[in-house]
Design a protein around this ligand. Sequence first.
Ligand SMILES: CC(C)(COP(=O)(O)OP(=O)(O)OC[C@H]1O[C@@H](n2cnc3c(N)ncnc32)[C@H](O)[C@@H]1OP(=O)(O)O)[C@@H](O)C(=O)NCCC(=O)NCCS
Length: 427
Amino acid sequence: MEALKDVRILDMTHVQAGPTCSQLLAWMGADVIKFEPPQGDATRAQLRDIPDADSLYFTMLNCNKRSITVNMKSPEGKSVFVDLLKKCDIVMENFGPGVLDRLGFTWEKIHEINPRIVMGSIKGFGSSGPYANFKAYENVAQAMGGAMSTTGVPQGRPFVTGAQIGDSGTGLHLGIGLLAALRHAEKTGQGQYVEVAMMDGIMNLCRVKWRDHQRLTRGPLPEYSVGTHQGMGAVPRGGNDSGGGQLGNAIRCAPGGTNDFIYIVVQEAVWEALAKRIGPEVHMPELATDPMFATIAARREHQKDLWEIIGEFTLNHSKREVMAIFNEINVPCGPIMSTEDLAHDEHVNLRGMYVELDHPQRGKWHNIGMPIKLSASPAKIERSPLLGEHTEEVLKEVLGYDEAKLAALKSAGAFSAPPRRRGAGIE
Ligand SMILES: CC(C)(COP(=O)(O)OP(=O)(O)OC[C@H]1O[C@@H](n2cnc3c(N)ncnc32)[C@H](O)[C@@H]1OP(=O)(O)O)[C@@H](O)C(=O)NCCC(=O)NCCS
């Protein structure tokens, strides 16, 4: 049985941060009703690869949901919203600051309408503090939460990471909060407001950088290949340094293409085996006991030379060969996998992490699968809904509306687009 069977979610989220959370909850079996403005979530039309079809941006984040379209700027649309609030266990949103309040639905009001309902909210910076009124996108959060200042090469510019830690990362935080609040509501009959600020989520994900921030008050950070000193203040960008207790780096492999690298962690426990395996091939048979590398402190001090020696070995092998060789002697390592590598990877395929789906507008396409594997409740991945595909179905089944009521609401404008906002682009 699905783990979240009978949990009904009114999902007002849009773009990425919210939808990534509600998609996971849908994959756990919740009935997720995606509540869209009549013109739809803007991502349906963003970065389109097929004219007039829902974009991959949308389809990849909205699987297993039902879509209904309601105009929240009409009194009739608001009455549909209120009726749905009474029938749902969770309502979630990631609008810009104050949007729901302006529509007349503060948390207090929602709690009054349905005291059991749990409300999930993602904001760039939360609802309090000097940044509360600012909008945010992924990279704004990465910039302000400390991720960018610690990512990149030491003397270069700050970099964003490819992983969507601001959007999808915040979605994960929200998911955990919603499930905790749901359990609480089941026990007490009282819902609560769950808020996750993207900036807070990034700070949480950068936790070990804060370990280093405080260590810098007592002395340098010897594991960094870039020089550090006591009292320097900000944690520097560490390039591909491991950032942990063990030394690590990305080393080039044959034949030397853009992604022909392997990340290797020279764990203390494996140094001897590693040195004995690579030493003879790089004409250093005594590498294991060489005083420049024999202890972790010595390896830290001479890490540039260490990476060059390992690189001499890896340049003779492909990244997959190095992975096999190093795993045989228990050295933690991982080839740098491109999206193309992963799309054809046997392991990925076997774990259901790159799933083929069909879609009425776009034909065959792929989604990333469910990363959380529940033994008794495996996820069944289904395509994303078309805009408003389930409006009638949901309003009849969940709210018990009849044809006459639906027709009256329709002619009153409950499902029509509100006048377009000035400057609100879609593409
Ligand atoms: C992402 C973000 C920057 C987008 O900004 P935006 O496109 O201007 O959208 P907003 O959320 O501010 O506003 C949505 C508008 O649609 C309207 N709307 C939403 N649902 C509606 C509905 N069903 N019917 C009618 N109108 C609706 C809202 O009332 C609001 O209109 P308003 O500006 O007149 O108040 C902003 O939503 C945001 O900061 N969100 C929080 C942080 C976040 O999640 N960011 C990551 C996104 S991946």
